[in-house]
Unconditional design. Structure first.
Length: 255
């Protein structure tokens, strides 16, 4: 591990693994055993059991993707998981664009899109284990550069990449930019810069204006989504605001 960097919220130390089942799993285990702490990062060249939201599979391609988990002790104002996703999604977009990506948008709540293809995803897991109060693990998977045949048939039709060059130097540059953006975002909670990030999340919304099917409070709704708020909530055409934590996105109609 690298020596700790003082006064940072994200990216104190980076544990680099050649291969693992899931970086989130390694982060949770490391915390339980006392080997990791808030601010630490688990980075893997390859994952064999990467997971996305609601248990979906996430495939990492060695040399052409980024798979990392960041242990965080977010400020109290970021207690809502959706609010942390807002900040992390904007940080990921900015980091990729700083390295040359273009045209990135955010599919509520936690996917990064380039055109009609998913290029990345975020996963927030709250830790309830003894001795880890207030800690979360933020998992991030990004496709940086893909080749034909990198993804299985079930994903090849819907997944894409950020349009960057392949190789560890690109991956490391994206990670460094991501940690810096995320660190700034968490340090600036409650400031005008924080408000600007929320508005950026809203402007980058890929889902706004699309016909969607949602499950909210046991009820399935079909509507053309009117807006996504800076806090990660959804707004229906009739003005109803659905808290992000209580909504499941079931489907999106093709354009």
């Amino acid at each position: 591990m690298n020596p700790p960097v003082e006064r940072r919220i994200a990216g104190h130390r980076v544990l680099h693994l050649d291969s693992t089942t899931s970086t989130n799993e390694v982060a949770r285990t490391g915390l339980a055993r006392g080997g990791l702490a808030a601010g630490d990062v688990v980075l893997a060249d390859a994952q064999t059991a990467g997971r996305g939201r609601r248990g979906r599979t996430w495939v990492s391609v060695p040399g052409r993707s980024l798979a990392a988990s960041i242990v965080l002790a977010p400020p109290a104002a970021v207690a809502r998981p959706t609010r942390l996703i807002v900040l992390a999604a904007v940080a990921a977009c900015r980091a990729l664009e700083a390295c040359g990506a273009r045209g990135l948008r955010i599919k509520w709540p936690n996917d990064l899109m380039r055109g009609e293809r998913k290029v990345g995803g975020l996963l927030v897991e709250t830790l309830a284990a003894a001795g880890t109060p207030g800690l979360v693990v933020l998992g991030i998977g990004l496709n940086l550069a893909l080749r034909p045949g990198d993804l299985p048939p079930g994903l090849a039709d819907s997944a894409g990449d950020a349009g960057l060059s392949e190789g560890p130097s690109t991956r490391d540059a994206v990670l460094a930019a991501l940690l810096a953006e995320l660190d700034d975002a968490l340090a600036q909670v409650g400031t005008p810069a924080d408000e600007a990030r929320g508005e950026e999340y809203r402007r980058r919304s890929w889902l706004t204006g699309r016909q969607v099917e949602l499950r909210a409070g046991g009820t399935v709704l079909s509507a053309c989504l009117a807006d996504v708020t800076p806090d990660g909530d959804l707004v229906l055409p009739d003005g109803r605001r659905l808290p992000g934590e209580s909504v499941e996105l079931l489907s999106v109609a093709a354009r």
